[in-house]
Design a protein around this ligand. Structure first.
Ligand SMILES: Nc1ncnc2c1ncn2[C@@H]1O[C@H](COP(=O)(O)OP(=O)(O)OP(=O)(O)O)[C@@H](O)[C@H]1O
Length: 274
């Protein structure tokens, strides 16, 4: 493999924002069909870093993201944000899911404002901040539409704006473009590449799309299935902002193909099981 292995270069010290130390997750109890979803996962993520968690279905990506979000606890190990244990959900970390998770009875504008209201931001400021974010995700003109009136891609733009509204430190994204058609997916990848560079957020992006993982990330963390472990890390040397032409960069093309060769056996196994 000619890919850059990142283990030695993983961020640590004062710039580390997330520290995942030897995390394990077991669903169920021993002897009762227990599933070891994660085993000995250690990862340090720097402030402002964009990390893709890449792996086939069932390797524990969503489990790790849910633990980071504070939706569920790890069975073993520790997870720190800025040196403090993550013990539950917090507005400093927001999540974008695959299925949009917008409130169907609220307009785009009200959906984006939602997190700001919970934070106690006043009505006028809420409206202004939501409008600015709607502009950032290029939905201006659709503020008064309800989710059922807009396309899947637009819904996901609104979900991204809503996740950015509370000005989180960390944006967690769980296969956010998984339900979109191929063209819309590429467009949204370019949008999130732009938005994350501009906003300077720490992003953890779960995907089983190899191209997507490499195109977006500063570092791709490749996971192996059952029990989920970190198999390798790839540092992405492409400059920011990422642009469409970088998809034909020789390093990009060869890295995507090498990752595919690495992961193919896991995908084939998954295919046989399902
Ligand atoms: N609540 C649960 N109870 C029991 N087993 C679970 C639960 N959630 C996940 N699992 C199992 O844990 C393993 C990891 O699941 P997880 O959803 O984290 O993987 P993933 O890599 O995100 O997969 P996918 O891409 O399909 O979402 C899988 O074998 C899954 O069946």
């Amino acid at each position: 493999m000619t890919m850059t292995k990142a283990a030695a270069a993983a961020p640590s010290g004062p710039s580390a924002q997330i520290e995942i130390g030897n995390v394990g997750k077991v669903y169920g109890t021993a002897g009762d069909g227990a599933v070891i979803a994660l085993d000995g996962v250690s990862l340090t993520i720097a402030r402002g870093e964009f990390v893709s968690l890449l792996g086939p279905s069932g390797c524990g990506k969503s489990t790790l993201l849910n633990i980071l979000a504070g939706f569920q606890p790890a069975t073993t190990g520790r997870i720190l944000q800025d040196g403090h244990p993550i013990t539950g959900p917090d507005p400093s970390r927001t999540v974008v899911f695959q299925d949009y998770a917008l409130f169907g009875w609220m307009t785009v504008q009200k959906n984006v404002e939602f997190g700001l209201k919970a934070k106690g931001v006043g009505r006028a400021e809420r409206a202004e901040r939501a409008r600015a974010l709607i502009d950032t995700v290029r939905l201006t003109g659709f503020e008064d539409k309800y989710p059922h009136e807009i396309s899947g891609g637009m819904k996901q733009r609104a979900a991204i704006a809503r996740a950015l509204a509370p000005d989180p430190d960390i944006l967690l994204m769980d296969e956010p473009f998984g339900a979109l058609d191929a063209q819309t997916r590429v467009l949204l990848q370019e949008e999130i590449a732009r938005i994350s560079s501009e906003a300077g957020k720490t992003v953890v992006f779960v995907t089983h799309g190899i191209e997507e993982a490499v195109f977006l990330a500063d570092r791709v963390v490749v996971m192996s299935p059952r029990p989920g472990r970190i198999r390798e890390e790839v540092l992405v040397p492409l400059p920011r902002p990422r642009t469409a032409e970088m998809r034909s960069d020789p390093w990009f093309v060869s890295t995507v193909s090498e990752l595919w060769e690495t992961l193919k056996p896991d995908w084939q196994k998954e295919e046989e099981v399902s």
